[in-house]
Design a protein around this ligand. Sequence first.
Ligand code: PLP
Length: 472
Amino acid sequence: MSSIINDLEQTALVTDEQELLSLESKYCSWGDTVHYLDPPKIFERAEGNYLYDREGIPYLDLQMWYSAASFGYGNQRLNNALKNQIDKLPQLACQYLHPEKVELAATIARLNESKFGLEGRVHFNVGGAQAIEDSLKIVRNATGKNLVFAFMGGYHGRTLGASAITSSYRYRRRYGHFSDRAHFVPFPYCFRCPYGKKREDCGLYCVDQFAKNFETEYNSFWDAKAGESEFSAFYVEPIQATGGYVIPPPEYFPALKKILDERNILLVDDEIQMGFYRAGKFWAIENFGVEPDIIVFGKALTNGLNPLSGLWAREDLISPEVFPPGSTHSTFSANPLGTAVGLEAVRMMEDKDYETITARKGAYFLAQIRDLQRRYPKVIGDTDGLGMALRIEICQEDGYEPDRELTDLIFTQGIRGDLDACGRRMGLVLDIGGYYKNVFTLAPCFDMTEEEIDISVELLEQLIRRCAPERI
Ligand SMILES: Cc1ncc(COP(=O)(O)O)c(C=O)c1O
C-alpha cells in the first residue's frame, strides 16, 4: 500500500513533459477527443484571449473552448461569482432549492417571454448532450412519438440519444442499432448546395423538397386522414457549429417553420454552441425571426467554469401537470456553483451591450478574413460570419475542392508556438470543423481588441505562407 502511495506522490510531482505524455498515453482513455494531435499539446495557464504552454509561450486562441469560454479566460466578474459561491453554498442536493437556480431560471424564462411572447420554464442539467437527452424526453412525453428530423451536418452531442440525432455515422458505427436515428435533412449549405443549386436563383429549392415529403401519405411522413406526421420535432442548430459554422440564408428558417407549423411538428433549437451572443444575438435563432418550442443551451452560460446546461420549453410542454417531478434526474443538475456563475453571466449580458460588441468586432474580423481570401484564392474557398461566429473554408487551388490535408497542416503548425507576432514568439489555437474537416471555425473571445484581431489575421497569413508556399 505504502509503495502505491509513494508512486502516486511521485506522479503528482511529475513536471517533465515527456513523462506526462507517457503517463497520459498509458493511463488516460483515448476514447475522448484528445488524440487528434500527436503528441497532444499541454497547456498550463490561460488569461483573456490566450493560452500559455509550459514554457510560457502565449497562444492566441480563436476557438475559446469551442465557444464555451466566450467571455474570456479568467473573466474576473464570473470568477468572483464562482469564488463567492464556494464560500457561501458550494454544494446542495438538487431536491432542495437555492436562490441562484430560481433567479437564473426566471431570468431566462422572462427573457424568452419578452423575445417570443411565449411562457415557459427552464430545466437544468450539466452537459450539453444531457440537456439534449432531457429535451428528447420532453418531446416524447408531449407527443408520444420518438421520430425526429435533424440536419445533415448537425451535431448534438455524444450520449446515445444525442448521437442518434447527430448526422455523423462515425459516432454511431460501433454502438449497435439506433432504432430512433433521426431522419436527416440537407442543411442549406449554399457554398456546397446539396442540390447543386445557386442561391441567387434556387428559390429555396431545399425547403420545397422538404415540403414535398408531406404531399401524400405515400411519401411516408404524413397521414392525411389523421392529419398527423410520424415525426414529432425538428432538431436544428440555427448556425451549424461542428458542421463548419454554416450560416443559412435569412429566408430559410421562416420557410421551414411554416411547414413545421402546418404539420404540427415542434422546433427544437440547439443553442449549445451558438447561444449567448456567439452569433450576435442572445439566441442565434433570433437572427431568423422564428419562435422555437424548445431551446437547449450549455457551454458559455458559465464561461466554461462549473458546467451547467439546460433547456427552456413552452409551458404546455413542460408544466408540472405534463412533466412532473422526477421526469429526469442528475445529481449535479442545477448545481449551486454553475447556477451562481450562470446567473452572473446572464446579468453581465444584460449590463453589457454584447449585441453591438459582437456585431462590430465580428464585422471587422470578417472583413479581414475576406481580404485574406481575396489575397489567397488558391487556399481559401469561402469565408462567412455572423456576430463572432466566423468560418474560413480551406480548399484546393480551384477554390472549391476541400483541402483537409492543408487544413490539418495549418492547425498543427499553429499549435507549435513558433510564429512571430511583432517580434514576439506566439502560437495560434484553431479548431477544425466542417463536413469535409476543412473549415476553421473561429469563435474568438468577445473581449478581443481590433489589434488582437489584426494579430490573428497576421498569424493566419504566416501559417498560409508557411504551409502552402506554392499557392501564394
Ligand atoms: C450544437 C451542439 N450541441 C450539443 C453539443 C454537446 O454538448 P456537450 O459537449 O456539452 O455535451 C455541442 C458540443 O459541441 C454542440 O456544439
